[in-house]
Design a protein around this ligand. Structure first.
Ligand SMILES: NC(=O)c1ccc[n+]([C@@H]2O[C@H](COP(=O)([O-])OP(=O)(O)OC[C@H]3O[C@@H](n4cnc5c(N)ncnc54)[C@H](O)[C@@H]3O)[C@@H](O)[C@H]2O)c1
Length: 325
């Protein structure tokens, strides 16, 4: 298949692109490098530097390349920022996605995979959170993904474009030679590893009085390699219809558990101090991913916490300045 990967120079998109290429697909990466890195684009991919707001540039990509499927990773991605700049999310994320959908439809593309998020589920009623949970977006960011999911429903109903909406919980880990390099970094594991590298003095734990065994928040961490396999399985199943999956391991780790494993892997004491709770942080978020297991036979294979942290540490230790751009 010839797959257009928006945001393919970013963390998850670059890993998925590399796996597509490994499986024999052709990849065209479309990324404005706002957060992405040219060095993260697989040398076998075609790289087009462009913005999703630039509809002419987008049309040119579809005109030039005979695209069979779209995987849409490009997005503003920060929950906190979305409270400060809601229009960036509620307008730009949504309009950019709509530009992409409209162009894909115009060029007859029938397969679309969307990066969605666990932030669709604020204060969930049941744990683990499966696809039947009521959608209550937790931020303008979460709402932007909800709107994109809704728009895809109409693309299917009106144009027969089949889609997969994949709601990730916490993506982590690395597959060489690719890594995770966000600026600013907001994800727990890379932040912990920055402390181990001496780039930060300590980790701030946002609250240790949650109703969990050690008082710190529990989240579901999924290795990016397992995310990549879920994307590709979902893509290949689209001819049988649209689908929505929550992607996680069904197990959670607390912040203190992650710290302990990171200390063991890095051999560094990684000092941590306890700060205030962050508003809106639920105590526990764990994904129920039975549906994709049942329908596509997907099972996480690389999401053991030790492996996640070891793979991330291997990359960060070798790339203390990230991709160096
Ligand atoms: N990282 C996670 O744990 C996580 C969890 C849930 C959902 N997601 C979603 O997964 C996707 C990928 O996340 P990531 O962590 O790899 O993020 P990332 O920031 O590393 O990658 C996003 C890429 O999109 C590009 N981009 C952004 N706006 C663009 C635009 N207007 N035009 C062209 N390119 C643009 C950026 O340059 C970047 O390379 C996002 O949609 C995010 O919302 C991520």
């Amino acid at each position: 298949m010839r797959v257009l990967v928006t945001g393919g120079a970013g963390y998850i998109g670059s890993h998925v692109s590399a796996e597509l290429i490994r499986q024999g697909d052709d990849v065209i990466v479309y990324d404005n490098l706002y957060q992405g890195h040219a060095a993260a684009v697989d040398p076998q991919a075609i790289f087009v530097q462009g913005d999703l707001a630039d509809r002419a540039a987008l049309r040119a990509v579809f005109e030039t390349h005979d695209i069979d499927a779209v995987m849409h990773f490009a997005s503003y991605t920060l929950v906190g920022e979305s409270w400060e700049k809601p229009f960036l999310y509620l307008r730009d994320n949504v309009v950019n996605g709509l530009n992409l959908m409209e162009t894909a439809v115009k060029y007859g593309v029938k397969r679309f995979v969307l990066s969605s998020t666990a932030n669709l589920f604020d204060n969930p009623e049941r744990m683990p959170i499966d696809e039947t949970e009521r959608i209550v977006p937790g931020s303008p960011y979460g709402e932007s993904k909800n709107l994109l999911e809704r728009l895809l429903l109409w693309m299917d109903r009106v144009y027969g474009m089949k889609y997969a909406a994949l709601r990730y919980f916490n993506a982590c880990g690395c597959v060489p030679p690719l890594g995770e390099d966000h600026a600013p970094e907001t994800h727990l594991i890379p932040i912990i590893l920055q402390v181990a590298l001496g780039q930060r003095d300590h980790l701030v734990i946002f609250g240790d009085d949650y109703p969990t065994p050690d008082g710190t928040c529990i989240r579901d961490y999924i290795h990016v390699r397992d995310l990549a396999s879920a994307h590709i399985l979902a893509l290949r199943a689209l001819d049988q219809g649209s689908r929505t999956y929550n992607l996680g391991t069904g197990n959670g780790y607390s912040i203190r558990e992650i710290l302990d494993v990171a200390r063991a892997v890095t051999g560094h004491p990684i000092p941590a101090i306890v700060g205030d709770r962050r508003p809106g942080d639920p105590a526990i978020l764990i994904a129920g991913s039975d549906r994709i297991g049942r329908e596509l036979g997907w099972e996480p294979q690389y999401s053991d916490l030790h492996h996640i942290i070891q793979s991330a540490w291997d990359w960060h230790r070798r790339h203390p300045d990230g991709y160096g751009d």
